[in-house]
Write a protein that binds this ligand. Structure first.
Ligand code: ATP
Ligand code: MG
Length: 446
């Protein structure tokens, strides 16, 4: 993309209404624009970040065995009357009437919709397990929408649902999603800690929230510092190996990690040595929940079991806050100049900065670098505006491009361009070819 032809409506002033850094930076960098309270338009840069995050979620869901579908945003109230949630849900649900005076609603979640689909379409226990998911807009009329897209009223969620014949199957599905979430967040450069969540009337310990530690998080969290040091790394995962997955889940749940909803001070103090006790704040980016036959019983969604008689599905639901992640990643990755995008989700991966626009040699070198970056599959941004160098740096650093290729007449006389890392500030002079090779190696695109 050439910056001169792109649309990044940067704000000069820091917006006063934004209380946290991700919201301020997203507004300043022209990534989003508020349409009404808690409802945003995603402008080109924000939309690009959202799509990159979404792509990783899709990829990891499918690797773990979940199947993508797309359900509508508008649902019929009748479905929710079957499960009993139409009245129970409360004022967060946006209720609508169509022209025939039928009760409709803008979906805050999709358990009912998917249970109806599974009940109608899955015939036999032999067809299980089945995990279906979609990435779709949700609406919840939050009392206090705030922090920009972090707590919106309209927001993008990945919600998945598993269908199994028994508790053992459901546990395997739950563990698939648990481990898949570890992978997903790690791939985005995030440290997300699974914490025991409140299982409410369902009971049991198969519900976890995944939280990113950040001072601006809405939840108080209490954890053993050991758990923050765990990582899956490059370990290969066998998704069909129920025991192996259980082992990973056990490793990640053996140490104390809870939010204020489930925290027990006495247990915390007894289980965790003082030096490892961390009290912090966190942003919830995912939530997985085993709910057994709650919806399948209520909605009569059954399959033929091994003995032939109909058996209600054992199910769980698995959410990821896709749009919230954009803000969470910025909260975890910024400095006083702006955002610092992790490479895996960076809207633009490399910026070519022309220090002297209009200089024939500098222009030609930039054009060639830009073409080569595109040919090598990079998401490259060429700052070809007729602006002072200082203003170009300010823009590129604000939007957090992880790598800069700085091109000017002086360097070109020596045959070099400067390659600068946004996070470390480390800079090296390299020939244009070497710089391209260095970047290809860095991104594994040799
Ligand atoms: P919270 O406690 O933050 O209200 P929740 O428990 O209601 O979240 P879930 O129903 O489990 O959330 O939804 C799954 C995921 O969707 C959450 O983990 C969160 O990342 C995201 N999410 C929920 N509500 C919002 C919102 N209002 N704006 C943006 N993302 C949201
Ligand atoms: Mg909520």
């Amino acid at each position: 993309m050439r910056l001169s032809r792109y649309f990044i409506p940067i704000l000069k002033e820091t917006p006063a209404e934004a209380q946290i850094v991700s919201h301020r930076l997203m507004l300043r960098a022209g990534m989003i624009r508020q349409a009404s309270a808690g409802i945003y338009s995603w402008l080109p840069l924000g939309y690009k970040a959202l799509r990159k995050i979404e792509a990783i979620v899709h990829d990891e869901q499918q690797k773990a065995g979940a199947i993508p579908v797309l359900m509508p945003t508008i649902q019929s109230a009748d479905l929710w009357r079957e499960s009993g949630r139409y009245d129970a849900y409360g004022p967060e649900m946006l209720r609508i009437k169509d022209r025939h005076d039928r009760d409709m609603l803008y979906g805050p979640t999709n358990e009912e919709q998917i249970t109806e689909i599974a009940g109608a379409g899955i015939r036999s226990y032999r067809d299980l397990p089945t995990i279906l998911y979609h990435i779709q807009w949700k609406f919840r009329d939050e009392v206090r929408p705030r922090f920009g897209i972090m707590r919106g009223r309209e927001f993008l969620m990945k919600d998945g649902y598993s269908f199994d014949i028994d508790k053992a199957g459901a546990t395997h599905s739950y563990n698939r999603m648990f481990v898949s979430y570890l992978r997903t967040f790690e791939r985005m450069g995030l440290k997300a800690v699974p914490m025991r969540a409140d299982s409410g009337p369902i009971g049991g310990d198969m519900t976890h929230e995944f939280l990113i530690l950040a001072d601006t998080g809405e939840s108080a969290v209490f954890l053993d510092s050991d758990i923050a040091d765990l990582s899956l790394g490059a370990d290969k995962i066998d998704w069909e190996d129920a025991e192996g997955l259980q082992g990973i889940v056990d490793r990640w749940t053996s140490a104390y990690a809870r939010t204020d909803e489930t925290h027990e001070e006495a247990v915390f103090n007894a289980e965790v040595p003082e030096a490892r006790r961390v009290t912090a704040r966190g942003i919830e980016v995912g939530h997985i929940f085993y709910f057994g036959t709650k919806y399948s019983e209520a909605m009569n969604a059954k399959v033929a079991g091994p003995e032939g008689s109909p058996v209600a599905f054992e199910s769980g639901s698995y959410g990821i806050g896709v749009s919230r992640l954009v803000g969470a990643i910025i909260e975890a990755n910024h400095d006083d100049k702006g955002m610092i995008w992790p490479e895996a989700v960076a809207p633009f991966e490399v910026a070519v900065i022309n220090l002297k626009q209009g200089d024939a040699e500098a222009d030609a070198a930039c054009e060639s670098l830009y073409d080569n970056l595109n040919a090598r599959g990079f998401d490259a941004l060429y700052d070809d505006r007729n602006e002072r160098a200082g203003s170009k740096f300010a823009t590129i650093d604000l939007i957090g491009v992880p790598w800069k290729l700085i091109v000017g007449p002086r360097g070109l006389k020596e045959g070099v361009v400067e390659l600068v890392n946004r996070r470390t500030g480390e800079a090296v002079n390299l020939s244009p070819d070497e710089a391209l090779n260095r970047l290809s190696a860095q991104f594994g695109r040799a």
